[in-house]
Design a protein around this ligand. Sequence first.
Ligand code: NAD
Length: 423
Amino acid sequence: MPDHQRGAQAEESSYEVAQQQFNIVADLLELAPDVREVLRYPKRELIVHFPVKMDDGTVKMFTGFRVQHNIARGPAKGGVRYHPDVTLEEVKALAMWMTWKCAVVGIPYGGAKGGVICDPKKMSVGEIERLTRRYTSEIALLIGPESDIPAPDLNTSAREMGWMMDTYSMQKGYSVPAVVTGKPLSIGGSEGRREATGRGVTFAIQEAARHLNMDLLDSKIVVQGIGNVGGAAADLLSRTGAKIVGLSDSKAGVFNSKGLNVAEILRYKNENGTLQGFPEADAVTNAELLELPCDILVPAAIQSQITGENAPCIKTKVVAEGANGPTTPQADDVLNDRGIFLIPDILANAGGVTVSYFEWVQDLQSLFWSEEEINARLEKIMTKAFRDVYNTARERKLDMRSAANVLAVSRVVQAFRDRGIYP
Ligand code: NAD
């Protein structure tokens, strides 16, 4: 087992973490037992098993999930991930976090998530397309522009969203662009969506730096993961003049205390499929990368990377969670005790769902905005959300994660109370 997963294995699953975090907030908000029960469990959990024709002529069965956690504040919203280890429990946790994430940035959605157990790195484009189309068809009873709107997540991108949009539209008999977000621009995608999560992480870091009196031009930044989130965040942060000193993908990491040329590294990764062998930098493992001395650490790969085991060795002032659930509760305690400032995932990486919301709004009205307008609106929402969480933390004397959760859960509770219980 790789080093970076050993600590995570000894600790809780994402679902247990989500539940623990919810318990803490429910206690802080003194939620009544019945409200806790409503918010604790997903509203709907769909498991689908479906066949896909492989290139060699065989037929392989795949398992997929779609979970809607809560829809009190609006339609369910959440990405779809393709990964060999994805489980229903993980998808349930991610759906719950989506409910809180949409609430913390104040966009009118509930939370959902989807996943398919598969290894797209070992599949051809044709196999991935057939899997995507069949999965879409299997979950079509839940998704729709007014009910549940998927988006990209781990190992899915605009390409898969195009296939999902087309499959759903074929079943309806007319084009339904608003059924998914993160689509290609040619079919109703939004300007700025591809780098929206990374841009949101950047806005959150800039706002944190303002509050902490840090000069980003003097800061050293380490980013774990150079996919959609980490790659865009590293690129945008380096363009603001900050020094990116460490970067990694799933197989390898690179380090240069004088600063890395991010554009060059992204090009190298694009051409070679890996960071392995990149010249002009020292090679580090993912475990070593997380412990590099820096001012800002951005875990933007997968969950449970900062654990009770490695948290005492992390040498940063700020952790900005680009990924969902990269820090375990044990690690949270250690980071808090050590005075490390945390920008929690539901705040830091909410830029993606925020621009997804813009995309959906544009699709519904068939009126499209410029990239400048998108970025300006995103900055406004991210900055306000950061200040709301920061002020909640100060007023209630809470750490930033608890403050974000308190703010988010109280907004969902308000919506639940205002709607009442049917019938
Ligand atoms: P991605 O597939 O584009 O990139 C993931 C990156 O992490 C890649 O560089 C990959 O090599 C690396 N990685 C994978 N496994 C790793 C491991 N075991 N150790 C170290 N690195 C590893 O995915 P993404 O869309 O950038 O998503 C990354 C994280 O951000 C996920 O937790 C996702 O849920 C979260 N997130 C994504 C979005 C979005 O808009 N894409 C929005 C919010 C949150």
